[in-house]
Design a binder for this molecule. Structure first.
Ligand code: 4NP
Length: 158
């Protein structure tokens, strides 16, 4: 895969890669499939603590409630090579965007942006970290990433 190939490729990045970015990955995969859009989708974390682990059980339950099984996903840490492998990299919040800007190689072609900036009414907002809260936070995250996935499908199909 290369960022110059014609099919877009999207990487979602949060902190642990066990809550928000797997939900974003699931939402875009599902919507792209429904829309018949060819896109490579993946997710990663800026942190290393959960590498190799499946998504948080609350994230798995939330995705399943919305029709997507994410039990097979495994957390990984983002690296500099991701800026060459993906055409678009979206951070789920501002801290992760800041860390990704530091990690970005000078010659990287990938677009790097805050995820909710692709939804006009949600511009500048973060997908809040649901890790330390209850199930309702995961549901809120799902609705946010669903709106972003919708906007991305519209954008990438044109
Ligand atoms: P995520 O949530 O970044 O949405 O995957 C978190 C998962 C784990 C931790 C923090 C946030 N943690 O501190 O272990």
């Amino acid at each position: 895969m290369s960022s110059s190939s014609s099919a877009p490729s999207v990487l979602f990045v949060c902190l642990g890669n066990i809550c928000r970015s797997p939900l974003a990955e699931a939402a875009l995969r599902a919507q792209a499939q429904r829309a018949g859009l060819a896109v490579t989708v993946d997710s990663a974390g800026t942190g290393h603590w959960h590498v190799g682990e499946p998504p948080d059980p609350r994230a798995q339950d939330t995705a399943l409630r919305h029709g997507v099984d994410i039990s097979g996903y495994r957390a990984r840490q983002v690296g500099g090579d991701d800026f060459h492998r993906f055409s678009h990299i979206f951070a789920l919040d501002h801290d992760n965007l800041k860390n990704l800007r530091r990690l970005r190689p000078d010659n990287a072609a990938a677009e790097l942006a805050l995820l909710l900036d692709c939804v006009p009414e949600l511009q500048g907002q973060a997908v809040a970290d649901p890790y330390y809260g209850g199930e309702e936070g995961f549901e809120r995250s799902w609705h946010q990433v669903e709106r972003a996935a919708q906007a991305l499908v519209e954008r990438l199909r044109t």
